[in-house]
Ligand binder design. Structure first.
Ligand code: GLU
Length: 417
């Protein structure tokens, strides 16, 4: 994530392709390109040891023509405003593609959560909410987990917000089940990745129950995608986290590794694992000869420097923006099928929507009902993308963007531009 401009450049390029296809007029293009609001603010923190640290908080609200802003909260030491603008924009297209009544937003703090105590993180999160309480809320902007945050942080948001305004569970999604969270939200993104991967594999004539896959990133999304694909019979031959990759040509023992991943919150890493596998680097994982490659970690990992070596038949973007626009063109030319992030990882925000609906009803649904609804919505979106791609002879990313944009432009016209 070192090149600040790279994510925005990729967003621009994907968007321009879709604008061109839809012949969008220049004024509308400008409106859709620029975020509605971008904020950055200081977050000073008194550390447990008495010293002080200064962090920066961010929230970018991109578009709200179809409903309140919606998007995750990322804690990572290398984030900056440029990244959040790109990530917020992606959320606008994602919520529209899934036909959820939301817009797009993203925010976070430039901290390394592993280096902070739970007490320090709680103070920082609650201070973040104090700073932007006037901009968030169930009908304004609804944060959710992203990289470096989870149910614990969402519960702190509910608390901080409720001290400023009235108690309201719908101010954040991805909360603990005991505090209005939706059953299934934690595994929803990984489940969605596995489901979309299976449907896309079917379309390409790849038998998912015999396919070979490699997954980069073994956090919540990567480990759950591995688990659900493993259940479908897919051979996961490599996984990785920031410390290293693990590789076994005949398939890894996913159950054991997932068990380990569940303890990772306490600081465990794959490089400390021992077992029947060879250790490889993250770059080697991206170059494996697999049917399915699933980047489920940071953005920009497949770029012009390594794309020539990518041998996968299909790439499923479980992370947000893991492929730069240059690399995307190269993959298209080579005939590698890419399933775009706004479809592949949309399971998370889809269950976030169901959680928000539950909270507003003051009701909690059974897990099966949520998973059925998630599956129905993801299948519908995949069918829409697939048919549009066929009809207009587009790749899947362009088809997905075109559908998302059409809905937003329609909403803007109906409301009065
Ligand atoms: N951070 C997730 C994403 O990028 C989830 C967002 C949400 O649930 O609002 O889609």
């Amino acid at each position: 994530m070192n090149d600040n401009k790279a994510p925005r450049k990729s967003c621009e390029s994907f968007l321009n392709d879709a604008f061109e296809h839809l012949e969008v007029d220049p004024e509308m293009q400008q409106l859709l390109r620029s975020p509605y609001r971008e904020v950055r603010f200081e977050l000073p923190l008194k550390r447990d040891d008495g010293s002080s640290s200064l962090f920066y908080g961010y929230r970018v609200q991109h578009n709200q023509s179809r409903g309140p802003f919606k998007g995750g909260l990322r804690y990572h030491k290398e984030v900056n405003l440029e990244h959040f603008v790109a990530l917020a924009e992606i959320m606008t297209w994602k919520t529209s593609l899934l036909d959820l009544p939301f817009g797009g937003a993203k925010g976070g703090i430039d901290c390394d959560p592993i280096q902070l105590s739970s007490n320090e993180l709680e103070t920082l999160t609650k201070r973040y909410v104090q700073r932007i309480s006037m901009l968030i809320g169930p009908d304004r902007d609804i944060p959710a987990p992203d990289m470096g945050t989870g149910p614990r942080e969402m519960a702190w948001i509910v608390d901080a917000f409720s001290l400023i305004e009235a108690f309201n569970l719908a101010v954040a999604t991805g909360k603990p089940i005991e505090l209005g969270g939706a059953k299934g939200r934690l595994e929803a993104t990984g489940y969605g990745v596995a489901l979309i991967t299976s449907m896309a594999a079917d379309e390409l004539g790849i038998d998912i129950s015999a396919a070979k896959a490699a997954i980069q990133g073994f956090g919540n999304v990567g480990s759950n995608a591995a688990r659900f694909l493993h259940e479908r019979g897919t051979k996961i031959i490599a996984v990785s986290d920031y410390s290293c990759g693990l590789y076994n040509e005949v398939g890894l023992d996913i159950d054991r590794l997932v068990d380990m991943a569940n303890h990772k919150q306490k600081g465990g890493k794959l490089s400390e694992c021992s077992g029947d596998f060879k250790k490889i680097t993250n770059d080697e994982l991206l170059q494996l000869d697999v049917d399915v490659l699933i980047p489920a970690a940071l953005g920009g990992v497949i770029n012009k420097d390594n794309v020539e070596n990518v041998k996968a038949k299909m790439i499923v973007e479980a992370a947000n923006m893991p492929i730069t626009c240059d690399a995307d063109t190269n993959l298209n030319d080579k005939g590698v099928v890419v399933i775009p992030d706004i479809l592949a990882n949309a399971g998370g925000v889809t269950v976030s929507y169901l959680e928000w609906v539950q909270n507003r009803q003051g009701y909690q649904w059974e897990k099966q009902k949520i998973m059925d609804e998630l599956e129905r919505r993801l299948k519908r979106s995949w069918e829409e993308v697939k048919s549009r791609a066929r009809r207009d002879e587009l790749n899947y990313r362009k088809a997905a963007y075109v559908i998302a944009l059409e809905r937003i432009i329609k909403a803007i016209h109906l409301r009065g531009f």
